[in-house]
Design a protein around this ligand. Structure first.
Ligand code: SAM
Length: 238
C-alpha cells in the first residue's frame, strides 16, 4: 500500500474519512520520520507503503475499540516515534493527547513533529511510565490509555492502569500472542483494577499476521503501591 492509498484503506476498513489536509499531515510525518531515522533509531520500517500500513493504519485501527470525542484525555505509553497516539491525534484534533516516552531523543523527535504539524493539545512527557503513574498530576487522570509494542501484558498492565481513570479504558495493541498474554496477566489486572472487556482482531492489508486490540476496563482504583519503582514491573511482573 502506498501512502496515497491510506485514505482508501481507512475508509474501507475503519470507516474513517481522511481529508486532504490530514493526508498532507501524514505525508509530512512519513518524511520527517525517515529523515530523523538517519540520526536516531526510530523505526525499522522504512518502506513508504509499510509506514502507511504498519504504522499509520495500524495506529488508526484503535477506532475499532474506542471513539475519540472532544476533550477526551488520551495517553500513549512508550509511544516511541508516536505510535499509535500521533496518527490518532492527526485525525481527531479535539482530543487531548499525552505522549509518554522514556528515551529523551525520541521525545525530541515528538516535540519536533508536533511543532512541524502545528498540533495543539499535545503534551510530551519525557519520563518512564513508572514515574508518570506515581505523579499526582497524571495518575488516574486519563480517559483512554494506549500502548503498542512496549512490554508483555503483565508488565504493561502496571504501566497503563495507574494512569487510567476509574470508568476509563486501556487499549493494548498486540500481536499473535494476545490471548496467551491476557491469560498471563489475569492476576496483574485483578490487582491493578482492570478487567478485560474484549479482544478485537484486526486484519491489515498486506500484513499476514492478525493484530489484536485488547480492551481493558478500569473497574477499580489502583492501589497506591503501583506502579512500583522503575524496572520492577518488567523484572518482577505481577
Ligand atoms: N509504541 C511505539 C510503536 O509501536 O512504534 C514504540 C515501540 S518501541 C518497541 C517501545 C518504546 O517504549 C521505546 O521507545 C521505549 O523507550 C519505550 N518504553 C519502554 N519502557 C518504557 C517505560 N517504562 N516508560 C516509558 N517508555 C517506555
Amino acid at each position: 500500500m502506498k501512502l496515497e492509498q491510506l485514505a482508501r484503506c481507512s475508509r474501507d476498513l475503519l470507516r474513517l474519512e481522511l481529508t486532504a489536509e490530514v493526508q498532507a499531515a501524514f505525508s509530512i510525518y512519513a518524511d520527517e520520520l525517515l529523515a530523523w531515522n538517519e540520526k536516531i533509531n526510530l523505526t525499522a520500517i522504512t518502506a513508504p507503503e509499510e509506514i502507511a500500513t504498519r504504522h499509520f493504519l495500524d495506529s488508526l485501527s484503535v477506532v475499532l475499540a474506542v471513539s475519540f470525542g472532544p476533550g477526551q484525555r488520551v495517553v500513549d505509553v512508550g509511544t516511541g516515534a508516536g505510535f499509535p497516539g500521533l496518527p490518532l491525534r492527526i485525525v481527531f484534533p479535539f482530543m487531548e493527547l499525552a505522549l509518554l516516552e522514556a528515551t529523551t531523543k525520541k521525545a525530541m523527535f515528538l516535540a519536533h513533529m508536533t511543532e512541524r504539524l502545528n498540533l495543539a493539545n499535545v503534551k510530551i512527557i519525557s519520563a518512564r511510565a513508572e514515574e508518570a503513574g506515581q505523579d499526582a498530576a497524571e495518575r488516574e487522570s486519563f480517559d483512554t490509555v494506549l500502548a503498542r509494542a512496549v512490554a508483555q501484558m503483565p508488565s504493561l498492565a502496571e504501566y497503563m492502569l495507574p494512569l487510567c481513570k476509574v470508568g476509563g479504558q486501556c487499549i493494548a495493541l498486540k500481536g499473535e500472542n494476545a490471548a496467551a498474554e491476557v491469560q498471563q496477566a489475569e492476576h496483574a489486572l485483578r490487582v491493578l483494577g482492570g478487567h478485560v472487556k474484549k479482544v478485537i482482531p484486526v486484519e491489515l492489508p498486506q500484513v499476514t499476521e492478525t493484530h489484536y486490540l485488547v480492551v481493558i476496563d478500569k473497574v477499580a482504583a489502583t492501589p497506591p503501591a503501583y506502579p512500583r519503582r522503575s524496572g520492577m514491573p518488567t523484572k518482577y511482573p505481577l
